[in-house]
Every structure is written in C-alpha cells, then in structure tokens.
Design a protein around this ligand. Structure first.
Ligand code: PEP
Ligand code: MG
Length: 561
C-alpha cells in the first residue's frame, strides 16, 4: 500500500491505528422542503430522536472526560435537548420545511438570539451552532463533526484542526496527528507541539486512509508508513524511551561555552503558565492574550482581564513575562474586534491595527495588564503584534507609558518591521520575532495552506536574512536591545541553534520543546552556532539549509529529533 510524506512538525515515532476526523457538516439547501413521502409528525419525531441521540452521545463522552473537555461536553449535551430549540424546529417542519433545514434554521435563530443578549449568553452561540451541526449529522446518518469519540487510543487524521478542537482533544487517547492541509506554522502544528504529540502536516493523500489502518508515523522525518514491519515497531519502541529522557529541562538555557540564552515559554493562559513553570521555563516569552478570550463575542471586562493575566504572572515570580496585546484577526477572529467578512483577513485589520478601527480596547487592555502587574512579582514586558512601521511602534510605546508600563516592545512579524528594525528599536525596548507570520508574509504563502508548506518554512533563506537584519538593527542602536524569537522556529532544536548563531537573545516555545532545544543547544559553542547560521544563510533553499545544518548536528539523529 502507498506510503505518505509531509512536513514533520513534532518529532516522535509511533505505531498505531488511524481514525479520520469527519468533515464539517454542510448547510442544507435554502428552502429545502419536507419530502412528500414523510408526514410532518414523522419528521418532528425524527428531530426529537436525533436530538436525544446527540444528547446521549455527548453525555457519555462527558462522563469519560476530564477538566475543560468535560465542561464543554456537558454544556453541549444540555443544549442538544433544549426544548426551545426542538419546539422551534418542529414548528418549522409543520410549516413544510425539511427536518434538516428546520434544525439548521432553528439553530441559527437561537444563536442570533443569544448573541443579542450579550455577555455570557452571547458566548453560548457557538455551542448552539455546534449542536445544530450534530443534530443535522444524526438526521443524515453521517458521523458527528469534531474529534471522534473513542475509548481506545488512535492516531487522528484530519484536514486541519481549529483552535477550538483543542478543548476536546484528549492526549491520552489521541496519540499523534496527521493533516492533509495545514503548514508548519498552522494551528495543528502549534497544538501538537503544546501537547507533545508527534505530528505531520501537509501529508497529501492521507484522507484516503480507512479508519483502523495500522501505520508507523515519524514526526521528525515527516513520513507515514502503512502496515509497518518489525523495523518500524523497534524504532517506535526506542523512541518511547528517548521521549521520557527529553521531558526534563534543567531551567538553564546556554550554549556549551556558557553563552546564556534564556529559554522561555509560549502560553495561552494561567493553566499553561503553571505547566510551563513546572517544565522549567525561565519565564514567558509570549502570552497570547487572545487565547484567553477565544470564542468571546464581547470584550472581556478589565477585571476579567486582570484576573487572567495575574494567573500567569503568579506562576513566574521574579521572571520575565512578555504579554502580547490582543492579536485578533485572520486565523484567530474575535467578533468584538474583527470583521468576519473581510476579503483578505491575513492582510486586514488584525493585531495592533484593530486599534485604528476599534479604539479603546487596547487602552483598556494595557490598563488591565498594568493593574495585574502591580503587586505581582513578575517582570512584566508588553508587546504589540503586527507592527509594520516605526510610527506604530512609537504610538504603542506612548500608550504603554500612559499606563506606567515601562518595557514596551513589538513583534517583528511583518517584513517591513524587519527592514526598518533599527528605527523601530529606537522607539521601544525590545523586539520578538514572530517567525510564523514573518514566514507567511515574506513568502506570500498562507500559513494555513498545506500545498504551500514548502514555501511556508522558517528555514527559507529569505526568512533567515530578515532575522539577521532585525538583529543588526538592534546592534546599530549602540547598546543592544533584546531580540528574541517566539515563533514556532524556536521549538525546532536545529533551527534554534541557527537562531542563536544569528544573534537572537532568547527563545520562546511551547513548554514541551524546552528540554529538546535546551539539550541540543548545550552541545554547541556560540562560535559553532554562528558557523551553522552562516551555513544555513548560504544555502540555496530551505531544504538544503535544514539538511546542511542537521548533518552537522549528530545529536539530533541520536535522540530521534
Ligand atoms: C508568530 O507569528 O510567529 C507568532 C508567534 O504569533 P502567532 O503564531 O500567534 O501569530
Ligand atoms: Mg503572529
């Protein structure tokens, strides 16, 4: 049988059986009528029994789940049998609508009503839409959308994963991830690294694999072998013992000759921060504040924000915590800040730019950060996403200063910011390279698209040139201001070495990658890292850059990274 290859995004070697993630439920045709062979009463009964079946399934899953996943499933189960929803759908069937269309319209109306109520109720709109899809899937006799329910472990195969899928992804059941879409900076990649799940993205053709197919996945090499033999089984067993060795970071990022490179964590809230601190992170290099409020229809209050940020600060007393202001837009929409109908959201009003259209939200967020920082023992730095010009950097620094926030910085993730980094760094105290977006923008390749994965690769020499230029901009300032990396590039142990060679001063990544990056960094001197950076910069392609550097770092193969 055919084997597959894609882009390996999280190392790990594993043998297991696959389950496909069902596709999203499509909308029934507008105005679809009740079939003449079915009475309205029969149609109404089919809706009632479909809703009961959905509720029973969700309740069963909630019973077996823990933490956030349990709460999400319980809330959804309750909504599946909501009498108002069912009554409205039945009314629509009585007026001649097909059951599917009736449920679809009743769900839309309920979601609209909840949005109109605002606050907590508005946030439940997404849950109603999920329930709507599940009942329609049940009526059609097709699998429910989302991650398949299972008691037995499996390797999940999907087109791509959305941030919301994380809530119900149980890493004790899902052993690894393969997507046909997505790129190395996609959410699937970010989720897999955060959960420590071996993963491959952009593996074209894997959607043809039947549920239950046994495969061997190598997340370092990016390969999938169908019906593996003894050799692959042995490789998977060997990895299992290496993985336990690579789960401990000693809390000291440094090269072999003692050049200190703090290894920080990327977190999405207090829970992540606590785990990151336990994993030995030397601070937080990126708090994605929009992750604290995903799915919210309304702006969180200052008090709510203070609580969310304080939870993160408290996990890192005495350490640096870099808070990024809301980066809403593109793949992370927040309805209170972004316009869902924008034709080209990645180039649209996202990140710092939302302040042009919706002023006030940023000021209130800075106030909340300043309030949370007061009396906390963390060393709080603040940075703005999607900065493109020195004027924007100056504007952000001025807003921070009004709130008494003394360490303003910017993300360098738009190529223009890398090109004018010297001017930008005159206005702020530090920069953090967002290599995920920097790569998508300099290569003009949507980071979510599988077919563009080879372009969307932070090893691209053009990306490395921009990183070198940003560092040079910080050095031209006289006293060098810190330039870190908080994109996914920092979590790739080989690329992390190159980044250090290019002169970056800290690396921030998912806590799971700290041990691997720390171990590999500790085997090279700063001079060797510089030589490897030159080697990568001189390569004619991303693939060559990666191969040349990897061939000089024997430890990677030794550790299966
Ligand atoms: C980046 O773009 O590299 C980054 C860290 O930000 P995000 O992935 O949240 O866009
Ligand atoms: Mg970004």
């Amino acid at each position: 049988m055919q084997n597959f290859s894609g882009v390996g995004v999280t190392p790990g070697r594993i043998v297991g059986t696959i389950r496909q993630m069902p596709p999203a439920v499509t909308e029934p045709p507008a105005g679809q009528k009740l079939a003449s062979s079915v009475t309205a009463e029969e149609a109404a009964e089919s809706i009632r029994s479909a809703s009961k079946a959905v509720q029973a399934e969700l309740k069963a899953r909630a019973g077996a789940a823990k933490g956030d996943a349990k709460a999400v499933l319980e809330a959804t189960a309750q909504m599946a049998a909501d009498p108002m929803l069912i009554k409205d759908a039945v009314k629509r069937v009585n007026s001649g609508s097909s059951p599917e269309r009736a449920v679809w319209d009743a769900g839309s109306a309920a979601a609209e009503m909840l949005r109109g109520l605002g606050g907590y109720m508005a946030e439940r709109a997404t849950d109603v839409l999920d329930v709507r899809s599940r009942i329609v899937a049940e009526l059609r006799g097709v699998p429910a959308p989302g991650i398949p329910a299972s008691d037995a472990p499996f390797i999940l195969v999907a087109e791509d994963l959305a941030p919301a899928d994380t809530a119900t992804l149980d890493p004790s059941i899902v052993q690894a991830l393969i997507t046909s879409g997505g790129g190395p900076q996609s959410h699937t990649a970010i989720i897999s690294r955060a959960l420590g799940l071996p993963a491959i993205v952009a593996a074209a053709g894997v959607e043809a694999l039947a549920d239950g197919t046994r495969i061997y996945l190598d997340g370092g090499a990016g390969t999938v072998t169908v019906n593996p033999g003894d050799e692959q089984t042995a490789a998977a067993e060997a990895w299992a013992s290496t993985a336990s060795m690579l789960s401990v970071f000693d809390g000291n990022g440094s090269t072999a000759d003692g050049h200190l490179i703090p290894l920080l964590a990327n977190v999405g809230g207090a829970k992540d921060a606590v785990k990151a601190a336990e994993a030995g992170a030397q601070g937080v290099g990126l708090l994605r504040t929009e992750f604290c409020f995903l799915g919210r229809d309304t702006e969180p209050s200052v008090e709510e924000q203070v609580k969310a940020y304080r939870g993160v600060f408290d996990a890192f007393p005495g350490c640096k915590v870099v808070v990024r202001t809301l980066d809403a837009g593109a793949d992370k929409p927040l309805p209170f800040l972004t316009d869902a109908t924008e034709p080209n959201p990645a180039l649209g009003v996202r990140g710092f730019r939302t302040d042009m259209v919706t002023p006030g939200v940023l000021e209130r967020q800075l106030k909340a950060i300043a309030t949370a920082a007061e009396g906390s023992e963390a060393d709080v730095w603040v940075m703005a996403p999607m900065i493109s010009t020195a004027e924007e950097a100056a504007g952000f620094a001025a807003l921070c200063s009004l709130e008494g926030l003394k360490t303003p910085g910017v993300m360098v993730e738009v190529p223009s910011a890398a090109l004018v980094s010297e001017a930008i760094l005159r206005r702020v105290e530090f920069a953090s390279l967002g290599t995920n977006d920097l790569t998508q923008y300099v290569m003009a390749a949507d980071r979510q698209l599988g077919p563009l994965a080879s372009l969307n690769d932070p090893w691209q020499p053009a990306v490395l040139q921009l990183i070198r230029l940003t560092v040079a901009g910080s050095e031209a300032e006289g006293s060098q201001k810190p330039v870190g990396v908080c994109g996914e590039a920092a979590a790739d142990p080989a690329l992390a070495v190159v980044l250090v060679g290019l002169g970056v001063t800290s690396l921030s990544m998912t806590a799971r990658s700290l041990a691997a990056v720390g171990t590999v960094l500790n085997t090279v001197t700063l001079q060797q890292a510089k030589e490897l950076a030159d080697l990568a910069l001189a390569a004619p392609s991303a693939v060559e850059a990666r191969d040349r550097v990897r061939s000089k770092l024997g430890i990677l193969e030794e550790l299966g990274l």
